[in-house]
Design a protein around this ligand. Structure first.
Ligand code: CP
Ligand code: NVA
Length: 303
């Protein structure tokens, strides 16, 4: 049966660890002529209904490095769900493509596409989740800290698609996750409930960013207003300004703590230049690792 990667919880705990190993192997083999090409002879559709730098380029490069042919498809071409039903589009795309990656607004549209497509579907970001990002991030954590469990993660700022994917991940790993956010900007309640019910991680929602940062091994932030929400930018700034990732908060964290941001950053808002350009920042390693992790995810879905 074909597999999809719409949410991190589409993988088991064991598969998360297997994918981390695969990402490391593919990273080591990147410039080796003998690197595997499991997408040889296949085309991969890359559907984007929202802008993208990292996801688009890392998927195009990743598909090419795996021997496949990437096809970039914008809203103008297919207007998923408008020009024809998602069912019809999924069936037709499956006749041409070996795999589909999609970034769009509605998470439900991606769930439907995955349901009806006969080929694997990968979620490249929806309003609800950003699973490829957080899988890449945990790979970066492993590289930098040498472990992915027994760590304290402080997520500071808007409870958004990235936060929700962290909650999905920690339902499968054992960590301490503190989400420091305003009461008006919490993560998704159902995803939070399920992550807690999984019983593996200690998860708290905190209004005091200092408590979250204290002793943390990872300080993570993201933009305060996500794509599709930019007209609420000023309101979000007022709600979230006390959660800015700055040197004062960093000074409370573990002395070897790493600073993470999925990018694009709005420098001077959710993160200061000093912290983002400082020695503890790993933001550009995170961006690079999108490539290696997505190659691992695509490979895993083919087996
Ligand atoms: N982090 C991330 O997904 O970046 P893009 O929006 O540029 O793809
Ligand atoms: N939360 C952000 C992530 C961007 C990669 C957004 O959805 O715009």
């Amino acid at each position: 049966m074909k597999r999809d990667f719409v949410a991190i919880t589409d993988f088991s705990r064991e598969e998360i660890f297997e994918t981390l190993v695969l990402a490391r192997e593919l990273k080591e083999l990147q410039h080796n002529k003998a690197a595997p090409q499991p997408l040889a002879g296949k085309s991969v559709g890359l559907i984007f209904h929202k802008p993208s730098l990292r996801t688009r380029i890392s998927f195009e490069v990743g598909v090419t490095q795996l021997g496949g042919n990437p096809i970039y498809i914008t809203k103008q071409e297919i207007e998923l769900g408008k020009r024809e039903t998602i069912y019809d589009a999924a069936k037709v795309l499956s006749r041409y493509l070996g795999m589909i990656e999609i970034r769009t607004f509605s998470h439900e549209d991606v769930v439907q596409l995955a349901k009806y497509a006969d080929v694997p579907v990968i979620n490249g970001l929806t309003d609800l989740l950003h699973p490829c990002q957080v899988m890449s991030d945990i790979f970066t954590v492993q590289e930098k800290l040498g472990r992915v469990e027994d760590i304290k993660i402080a997520y500071l700022g808007d409870g958004n698609n990235v936060t929700n994917s962290w909650l999905n991940l920690v339902s499968l790993l054992s960590v301490q996750l503190v989400v420091a956010t305003a009461k008006e900007t919490p993560p998704n309640a159902e995803i939070l409930r399920k992550a807690r019910a999984a019983g593996r991680s200690e998860i708290s929602i905190e209004n005091d960013p200092r408590k979250a940062a204290k002793g943390a091994h990872i300080l993570y932030t993201d933009v305060w207003a996500s794509m599709g929400q930019k007209d609420e930018s000023e309101k979000q700034r007022q709600l979230l300004s006390k959660f800015q990732l700055n040197s004062e908060l960093l000074s409370l964290a573990d002395k070897n703590a790493i600073v993470m941001h999925c990018l694009p950053a709005e420098r001077g808002r959710e993160i200061t230049d000093e912290v983002m350009d400082g020695p503890q920042s790993v933001v550009f390693d995170q961006a690079e690792n999108r490539l290696h992790m997505q190659k691992a995810i695509m490979t895993k879905l083919l087996v």
